[in-house]
Design a protein around this ligand. Structure first.
Ligand code: 5GP
Length: 212
């Protein structure tokens, strides 16, 4: 098939949402159910939580390791969230994109805005809980933060939601049906694959232009 012989470059799928939106769980189910999706593993200087594994959930770095990588231009984007650094390593993005894979980046709004300035084929999706009361309940319930960090995250959540206007899509993640959000993101990706752009136009023209 002509469109298989001339594959388009991979899509960068940027997903943000406040802590407590459930985005990590949604992304986990999404990636497990579709082998064509790769997940970028971010670097961070925050300490690992129980059940988090270095190199699987994050690349856990010291502050000096992270700052050295900033100096060496090793990040596609990076930001400070609360007290800690978070960033997308160029090395995580380069090979899946070269292979034409679609890559999911779970990053905060500051990082997402940096990526908007770069020339990638990308979509920006914001995940929200069904209400602010549910957000608060989820954040308090998971008990992974100190009281002070919890207050900071609640504050950050409110200012992050204000950035939603810069995103292409908003997906609600209900309490009892993770598959709902997963399906919505799948539909968004499918629609994006059909979007007309110069690359698609060029392959269509090459395939279907009348021969002289
Ligand atoms: P957490 O500490 O809960 O894992 O993540 C805190 C925030 O950092 C979340 O909003 C998460 O999306 C964001 N984050 C995770 N990885 C990255 C990254 O590579 N870059 C940026 N800018 N934010 C990230």
């Amino acid at each position: 098939m002509w469109n298989k012989q001339r594959p388009r470059s991979g899509l960068l799928i940027v997903i943000s949402g406040p802590s407590g939106s459930g985005k990590t769980s949604v992304i986990k189910v999404l990636c497990e159910s579709d082998p064509r999706l790769a997940l970028s593993i971010s670097a961070t200087t925050r300490s690992s939580r129980q059940n988090e594994i270095d190199g699987v959930n994050y690349h856990f770095l010291s502050v000096s390791e992270f700052e050295d990588l900033i100096q060496q231009d090793g990040f596609l984007e990076w930001a400070k969230y609360g007290e800690h650094y978070y960033g997308t390593l160029k090395s995580e993005v380069e090979s899946p994109m070269a292979e034409g894979k679609d890559l999911i980046l779970e990053i905060d709004v500051q990082g997402a805005m940096q990526l908007k300035e770069l020339d990638f084929r990308s979509i920006f999706i914001f995940i929200l809980p069904p209400s602010s009361a549910i957000l608060e309940k989820r954040l308090c319930g998971r008990k992974t933060e100190s009281d002070q960090e919890l207050q900071q995250r609640l504050q950050a959540a409110r200012s992050e939601v204000a950035s939603i206007k810069n995103y292409d899509y908003c997906v609600i993640n209900p309490d009892d049906d993770i598959d709902h959000a997963v399906k919505q993101i799948r539909y968004i990706i499918s629609a994006e694959k059909c979007r007309m752009d110069n690359q698609l136009l060029e392959s269509v023209v090459q395939e279907f232009s009348p021969t002289s």
